[in-house]
Design a protein around this ligand. Structure first.
Ligand SMILES: Cc1cc2nc3c(=O)[nH]c(=O)nc-3n(C[C@H](O)[C@H](O)[C@H](O)COP(=O)(O)O)c2cc1C
Length: 326
């Protein structure tokens, strides 16, 4: 049987399947079921900086990016503390009742309100911390460089609070993606997670309401992740994890071939149930045995851009072959 072990963020994983931050990683009972099916690690459901601030806003004492005045600060403190206590309890209990690495997650848009929590997350026993950062580049007064700087500020302040390995889960909305990813990897982070997936707006034509489109990913969405994993592998100075659209063992293998050291899955679990984790692992083993790979170490990065004889195949976005044929 093929050896599926890998290392990611300095953690030794029994295989490369990590359960991405989602509703399934919000309870110890579900995490135990995921572990039983073979999950190698979980990223806990995010503690949302935005969610916390919005809760305060609902009580009409603050707005999402505002500063807290005297009376308001009590409410904001209470709201944060309550959520944080629940979160720390989730970390402690999942560490006590499972034997897989537990990666905490914070969804953030600034370096201000939450960075002190990183130290508490470490005290609670988390093995690592993933930061899901997304700043929508919709504010016309912000340049790309200013937005990028927020990422560097956040990493610096979080690294000052904790010695845990830190991963950054980023989006693809960067004009100089390769340059930015390499500079981020030089900040001391342990991994980049490619890519965040967003709930995009859609319109319900009958009700005239804005609704959320496609809650769950489709396999086709993995193509962009594959490309960028292949381009960045070997260039960044940290590990890569791939996420979005990985729905079966074959897709997981492709992302590993491009250079990911681990893959993160969630939509397929919503669609097919927790046992799909075991199925994905069996599909990976079957492919490796059939192809004669004894260990995942032989597979990871084998087809990254720098290892290809025709590296342009990963980069060319136009229909070069198809234009010639049709
Ligand atoms: C219902 C649901 C809840 C999610 N919640 C979070 C979250 O709290 N934090 C986060 O970083 N990502 C969250 N995600 C995104 C997933 O972690 C993952 O990156 C994304 O869904 C792409 O992987 P997939 O194609 O396997 O679903 C969520 C996804 C789903 C479907």
């Amino acid at each position: 049987m093929a050896d599926l072990t890998t290392t990611y963020m300095g953690l030794h994983l029994k295989n490369p399947i990590i359960i991405a931050s989602c509703g399934f990683t919000d309870s110890v009972a579900e995490i135990q079921k995921l572990e039983e099916q073979g999950a190698a690690a979980v990223v806990l459901k995010s503690l949302f900086e935005e969610q916390i601030l919005m809760d305060v806003d609902e009580q009409r004492v603050n707005n999402i990016y505002g500063t807290y005045a005297d009376v308001e600060s009590y409410v904001s403190f209470y709201t944060k503390k309550r959520r944080l206590d629940d979160y720390l309890k989730l970390i402690r209990e999942s560490k006590a009742q499972t034997s897989i690495p537990i990666i905490a997650s914070i969804n953030c848009v600034s370096d201000a309100q939450w960075v002190e929590f990183a130290g508490k997350i470490q005290e609670a026993g988390a093995d690592a911390l993933e930061l899901n950062m997304f700043i929508m580049p919709s504010d016309e007064t912000f340049t790309g460089g200013q937005i990028e700087q927020i990422y560097f500020d956040v990493v610096k302040r979080v690294k000052a609070q904790t010695s845990l390995p830190v991963a950054l889960k980023i989006s693809y909305f960067f004009s100089g993606m390769a340059n930015f990813a390499i500079r981020l990897s030089d900040t001391g982070i342990s991994a980049l997670v490619l890519f965040n997936r967003f709930f995009n707006p859609d319109i319900d034509l009958e009700t005239g309401q804005i609704v959320s489109s496609h809650l769950y990913s489709s396999p086709e969405e993995n193509s962009m992740v594959l490309r960028w994993t292949g381009i960045l592998s070997g260039k960044v100075h940290c590990d890569l994890a791939a996420t979005t659209g990985i729905h079966n063992g074959q897709s997981a293998i492709k992302n590993l071939l491009m250079g990911a050291r681990a893959v993160q899955i969630s939509s397929v679990i919503y669609k097919k149930g927790i046992p799909v984790v075991g199925q994905i692992l069996r599909e990976m083993e079957e492919w490796m045995d059939r192809k004669g790979y004894a260990s995942l170490r032989e597979v990871i990065g084998l087809m990254s851009q720098q290892n290809l004889s025709r590296p342009m195949m990963v980069e060319r976005a136009q229909f070069m072959k198809y234009f010639a044929d049709v």
